[in-house]
Design a protein around this ligand. Sequence first.
Ligand code: FAD
Ligand code: NAD
Length: 476
Amino acid sequence: MSEQEFDVVVIGAGPAGYPAAIRAAQNGLKTACIDDWKNYDGTRAFGGTCLNAGCIPSKALLESSELVHRASTEFAKHGIEVGSVSVDLAKMQARKAGIVKQLTGGIAALLKSNGVTALQGRGRLLGENRVELVDAAGVVQTLRAKSIVIATGSVPIELPIAPFDGERIVDSWGALEFEQVPARLGIIGAGVIGLELGSVWKRLGAEVVMLEALDALLPMADAQISQEAARSFKRQGLDIRLGARLTAAERNGDSVKLRYELGGEEQALDVDKLIVCVGRRPFTSELLADGLELHLDERGFVVVDEHCRTNLPGVWAVGDVVRGPMLAHKGTEEGVMVADLIADKFAEVNYDVIPSVIYTAPEIAWVGKTEAQLSDEGVAYKVGSFSFAANGRAKGMEQTEGFVKLISAVEDDELLGVHIIGPVAGELIAEAVLAMEFSASSEDLQRTVHAHPTLSEALHEAALAADKRAIHAINR
Ligand code: FAD
Ligand code: NAD
């Protein structure tokens, strides 16, 4: 059995692992990155869930389907007559696959150009600075490294009551690959994936029913934003049934028969496809050699400190496999931090300022604390809001739904949270993230010149409104 020596071995080449490997190599460390991703067609690719089956393909389909929706409902308002809009789903899917292929190929090229040894196969932590690699041909080798970074990501949670069959009952990856628009689509879980993929297939013509166990939609978002989102999704025809408890999901020929309890009553629903998206769990299957005492918490996450150190010397863990939000950018920053710490450089992640974005229409984005969190913490705060209905650019774009809500401290005016529902909220939030990273106040935003006419003026006005000085709204 061959043995190779490295300074750093990264297991997993998703958005947490590959940046860790690239930064480690940039720091002059001899680095290998192992990845075991296999596509449905058996091909292998770097980039993990995010590039192959998550962020990137979902956003490609969200964009295409949003264009369909806008062409059908909005173009006429601009005086553009397109007649009836038809969809070539195969072409839409091929565009998505092309984007994924380009980007995953780009990761392979980046690893190579940075001098990272990119290896495809399964990694297993053996202890004593060793990793076993079993490649696609079954060849086994051992890699030795002073530092090992676990970046093995997460996988969908499967409900025993509705196991994935890859055909009618699918996970989020399966739901990105439909070759036909299902006439009746059921979704279990109205979280981020349910709302994004529900939007895609609804816009393409499916009748969508979502069964959500909780009584509240998007409880992690600011309550005003969640309420506005719920109203908007209802208007779009997304049928979200809160407080629904699934009791059975049975294949019945070409459909799935669902039974669920709602308000104490037994209900039934027949769907052609069922997406189960009830969260994801950390992925550490077959990762650890017998007897290796890597600490995992009760939910299977690798236990790490604020610098992503595990309990084993020289072993680090980043991304979805550790605590914190399961977001690509959070994993990336952890990967880069760890690679710098290994090289004895200063590095940290500011976990208080991680943006969240939900790519529905309107888009939803926030950073920092919600009003409810601040109330619970007993922090005195002030709120400024501004509606996109009063924003010239939004009007020109025919995208006036939603608002910006900014929260700052009464004591010193520091920004504590910014919450946006509206057009390109995911882009707009970047200004708030930067402001909060620099501990800016709402006055700092008030005194910053914002180009006119832009959507960003809504953030400017919300900052002004926090001190009852908005120019384009009535200050209450
Ligand atoms: P992963 O991306 O899961 O990568 C882990 C990699 O490690 C995989 O390639 C896996 O095959 C490999 N691996 C695992 N075990 C081994 C082993 N033993 N040996 C070798 N290789 C191994 N997040 C966002 O921020 N924005 C979004 O818009 C967004 N959209 C999403 C949409 C969907 C449908 C889904 C499912 C997720 C989405 N996410 C989004 C979440 C995002 O994809 C994850 O947070 C991110 O991919 C986590 O990165 P990671 O590197 O930790 O893990
Ligand atoms: P999620 O946690 O966002 O939502 C899961 C939902 O399913 C929750 O609302 C939960 O209450 C509900 N649920 C759980 N069990 C249920 C049951 N038995 N019946 C009915 N409902 C049930 O998880 P997700 O949507 O699967 O997404 C997984 C992860 O991927 C998330 O952590 C998210 O951060 C990440 N992601 C991010 C983005 C983005 O950043 N835009 C997009 C997609 C996914």
